[in-house]
Design a protein around this ligand. Structure first.
Ligand code: GDP
Length: 362
């Protein structure tokens, strides 16, 4: 599976968001995988298409796909120098696939700000500087190591050095490595360094209930994100934690009262999914209708491998119906009659929403 680390200064609303995310998962039905460690939780990916598929197939079980969120508390100024439990936090971030950076954009005199001011630009800079400094340390060590190898004529080391010599001054200016333009090939060359600022990142602007428009703090975050080409998700974490506690009926009513179509959390989860370049395909049997996660661009056998490695190895063919066709034709039989049922081979690239039945050898 894929995971997303939640970072940010203390008291900006990380735990509130994390708890809302994981709590929203608990009252979802049929959750065999809802094992929640203190700071890590598996969150179901909200997807209304599952309900539509289930209405047609009437399966015994409906299982959404999931994403893991990890609450990485304690990132403070000086973390890259080992301050606080700095190194431990940075090590935790290194293990995540993507980063959700929570920024405080709400005023509340009852909630202390670590620096005694609401200043999203300064907050973002503190965190990004710590991450850039940690990466700078990683890069400097790698440059030292590689330059010795390069002297003996190692071509690969020379290539890597040339790339790092561009990355280093960039980080030195406190800029995230992801804002430097590198070719896919260059990315591959330095992937082993697991740079923190290379990870896909979104900003979660934690606003007050009435802070979604005309909010100068939010505008600041949006401007910074635009410059970096990053995504912003404005959300009121406090409100989300209240919504997450409701059962489904109450939730629908409460959301309608607020004029919301879905919990804001759904936008966070989807943004994380998008950040990682992920998409969903479905299997729709009478036992189970289920959503599965694959990378955009995955082939049919790779998609089969997400279900079971044996499925990938023994792949023969994929029976595919596009989601819209499946719904419009009211299921597989109808899709077949309408000529919307396809038999695809191992080169087939999965499309978001494909309803797939695999044929395989064991
Ligand atoms: P963390 O240290 O970043 O994990 O922050 P917490 O989630 O523990 O939140 C710190 C304090 O801010 C708590 O008292 C929360 O209730 C409060 N808080 C979190 N989100 C909001 C919000 O959207 N609005 C307001 N007014 N308070 C919030």
């Amino acid at each position: 599976g894929f995971n997303c680390g939640i970072v940010g200064l203390p008291n900006v609303g990380k735990s509130t968001l994390f708890n809302a995310l994981t709590q929203a998962g608990i009252d979802a039905e049929n959750f065999p995988f809802c094992t929640i460690e203190p700071n890590s939780g598996i969150v179901p990916m909200p997807d209304r298409r599952l309900d539509a598929l289930a209405a047609i197939v009437k399966p015994q079980k409906v299982l959404p796909t999931t994403m893991e969120f990890v609450d990485i508390a304690g990132l403070v100024k000086g973390a890259s120098k080992g301050e606080g439990l700095g190194n431990q936090f940075l090590a935790n971030i290194r293990q995540t696939d993507a980063i959700a950076h929570v920024v405080r954009c709400f005023e509340d005199e009852n909630v202390v700000h670590v620096e005694n001011r609401i200043d999203p630009a300064a907050d973002i800079e503190v965190i990004n500087t710590e991450l850039a400094l940690a990466d700078l340390d990683t890069v400097e060590k790698a440059v030292y190591r590689l330059s010795r190898v390069a002297k003996s004529g190692d071509k690969d080391a020379k290539t890597k050095l040339a790339i790092l010599e561009r990355v280093q001054p960039h980080l030195d200016q406190g800029k995230p490595a992801r804002s430097l333009t590198l070719t896919p090939d260059e990315h591959l060359h330095i992937r082993e360094l697991c740079l923190l600022t290379m990870k896909p990142t979104m900003y979660i602007a934690n606003v007050a209930e009435d802070g979604f428009s005309d909010n100068p703090h939010l505008a600041v975050v949006e401007a910074i994100a635009a410059e970096e080409g990053a995504v912003v998700v404005p959300i009121c974490n406090k409100l989300e934690s209240e919504i997450a506690e409701l059962d489904s009926d109450e939730k629908a009513e409460f959301l309608a009262d607020l004029g919301m179509e879905e919990p804001g959390l759904d936008r966070v989860i989807r943004a994380g999914y998008g950040l990682l370049g992920l998409q969903t395909y479905f299997t729709a049997g009478v036992k189970e209708v289920r959503a599965w996660t694959v990378k955009v661009g995955a082939t049919a056998p790779q998609g089969a491998g997400v279900i079971h490695t044996d499925f990938e190895r023994g792949f023969i063919r994929a029976e595919v119906i596009a989601y819209d066709d499946f719904i419009a034709c009211k299921g597989e039989a109808g899709a077949k009659d309408a000529g919307k049922w396809r038999l695809e081979g191992k080169e087939y690239i999965i499309k978001d929403g494909d309803v797939i039945h695999y044929r395989f050898n064991v």
